[in-house]
Write a protein that binds this ligand. Structure first.
Ligand code: AMP
Length: 546
């Protein structure tokens, strides 16, 4: 027997309609590529998203076609999120940090029909447009009078000129909630990138999950800054989750340095933000270097790679800001887990609380997790046993766009997505990533967590960034070394850093065999350490004594 409730599909347009109706005057503030600060409201956002929808209808773009964005975080990008998906097309967010070859490959694979880009990326578009025959309309996200006359891109139009003459009267179409809404490719550090194709249903459910108190804890009283780019898994869903609660949104645009982020946080009284650890490192360096304080921030979401415990500590102890350590992937929309304490943890001594806070946290309801050993058997949830992390749920990917399904079945026939991460889960359900499976170091048959080794090095005041990698060893198979970039002007010797590992909970055989100092650790397209590149750089390296 079916329930007798209204069968209204979960569509992204309903989030925008809600925000415009119930939080119509809540501000959306953007630092623009042009350099100025732009302000408007959810009501304005909805009107302009409808103008965009009318534009797409007017050009006869069929439902399901891909409209690509190559843009920083800002209001026009948010209009694209809603105007494109709400009208039944698919918003495809391109990562501008990929190589031009990768970008052209992705555009062709996605068969993008329209591509809207920030003027910052004009040279990039000029370099690749000839290799992208599927794109019928190139749109520069700028005013009509800012459009260059000699771009060399046939039919280039300004976004404002494109949508400007259109009506803001538009009724969002209703369709199956399983219809595709967004497309995002993995960064593809090895091989070609793969596309995760989100649906309206997955996007809306993820937004509800993200807003929950034990997830990002969003409310109408927040002023939220997505520092994580809108081309990195939909800025972790924040443009959708913000609409669910109607909070103020503050977009940092292209100015991602510590000073610009800090100043915008202060001037817009940002209460919470989200980004990868490298961004927060720059922010902290600026704030600490200038003796500044945060006047409105109370928590920040850090994920994308492991947040060093030293960073969690600094935010809490020096600035009174809670870190919400979060884990997720392009294929998981992305939020899978967030680390927040349970009631029974509140009375624990600070040190024991900290041991929990460094973990990637508990599943958000809607996500289920397992860890399995090499034999495919479930590992115990004791916080010690490692296993490959598998996840499932309504906002977890099933099949890659135009690709295969990576899912694996369990004994009950249920399908799970293999994350490629290795993790422990404790009795309270807190998941802790120890490594990417391809980064796991096996020394004498025993696993060494590269993240643990990196976290200790990152706690040294002279260290800006540390990457632990395994090096071939004739007796032990592999031994860990730590590759370190120092803070500007800082001094540290190999011996000093190795000594620093003593008494930090590592067995002797887990302490790295060597320290290699480099000017900078190579970073990938989403700000994560590129260990593949590092291994290439160290191809001639030999462990001491070999
Ligand atoms: P991406 O799809 O590019 O966002 O990358 C997803 C991968 O980033 C995950 O599979 C993890 O390896 C890594 N990752 C994300 N969040 C965390 C975290 N909090 N701690 C450790 N690794 C993380």
């Amino acid at each position: 027997m079916l329930g007798l409730m209204q069968n209204q599909p979960l569509l992204t347009s309903m989030l925008l309609d809600f925000a415009a109706r119930y939080h119509g005057d809540a501000p959306i503030v953007s630092r623009r590529v042009e350099g100025d600060i732009h302000r408007y409201t959810y009501r304005d956002l909805a009107a302009r998203a409808k103008q965009l929808a009318n534009t797409l209808d007017g050009m006869g773009l069929a439902a399901g076609e891909r409209v690509a964005s190559l843009a920083w975080n800002g209001y026009r990008h948010m209009e694209m999120y809603y105007g494109v998906s709400g009208s039944g097309r698919v918003i495809h967010t391109l990562n501008p940090r990929l190589s031009p070859e990768q970008m052209a490959w992705i555009i062709n694979h996605a068969e993008d029909k329209v591509l809207c880009f920030d003027m910052t990326f004009l040279p990039l578009v000029q370099a690749i447009h000839a290799q992208c025959p599927t794109v019928k309309q190139w749109v520069a996200l700028c005013d009509a009078d800012k459009l260059p006359s000699d771009s060399g891109i046939a039919g280039l139009i300004s976004y404002e000129g494109w949508i400007g003459g259109q009506s803001s009267d538009y009724t969002w179409p209703q369709f199956d909630e399983n219809t595709a809404s967004g497309l995002c490719y993995t960064s593809g550090t090895t091989g070609n990138p793969k596309g995760a194709l989100y649906s309206h249903r997955s996007t809306v459910l993820h937004a509800y999950g993200a807003a929950l108190p034990d997830a990002l804890n969003l409310s109408a009283r927040d002023s939220v800054m997505p520092v994580v780019p809108m081309f990195h898994v939909n800025a972790w869903g924040l443009p959708y989750a913000a609409a669910i609660v109607g909070c103020k949104v503050v977009f940092p645009g292209p100015a991602m340095d510590g000073k610009s982020i800090y100043e915008l946080m202060e001037s817009e009284q940002v209460t919470t933000a989200a980004g990868v650890p490298t961004i927060w490192q720059m922010l902290l360096a600026h704030v600490q270097g200038h003796g500044l304080k945060f006047s409105s921030m109370n928590r920040t979401v850090i994920g994308g790679s492991a947040c060093p415990p030293a960073m969690i500590d600094t935010f809490r102890e020096e600035f009174g800001i809670d870190v919400l350590h979060a884990w997720g992937m392009t294929e998981t929309s992305p939020l899978g887990t967030v680390c927040t304490l349970k009631n029974k943890h509140l009375k624990l001594p600070a040190e024991q609380q900290m041991a929990i806070r460094v973990k990637q946290g508990r599943a958000i309801c809607g996500v289920d997790m397992r860890i399995v050993g090499d034999d495919g058997q479930d590992q115990p949830w004791d916080g010690k046993a490692y296993g490959d992390l598998l996840v499932r749920g309504p906002w977890i990917m099933d099949t890659y766009f135009k690709g295969a399904s990576p899912l694996v079945k369990d004994a009950q026939g249920r399908s799970w997505f293999p994350t490629g991460d290795v993790a422990t889960i404790d009795a309270d359900g807190f998941m802790h990533i120890t490594d990417r499976s391809k980064d796991v170091i096996k020394s004498g048959g025993e696993w060494i967590s590269s993240i643990d080794i990196e976290n200790i090095a990152m706690a040294h005041p002279a260290v800006a960034m540390a990457a632990c990698i395994g090096m071939p060893h004739p007796k032990w198979d592999e031994r860990p070394i730590v590759v370190v970039a120092l803070k500007p002007g800082a001094q540290l010797t190999r011996e000093e850093l190795l000594k620093f590992y003593e008494g930090k909970g590592q067995a002797k055989w887990q302490i790295p065999d060597d320290v290699v100092f480099v000017d900078a650790i190579p970073l990938g397209a989403t700000g994560k350490m590129l260990k593949t590149r590092l291994r290439e750089q160290l191809v001639d390296y030999k462990l001491p004594g070999l």
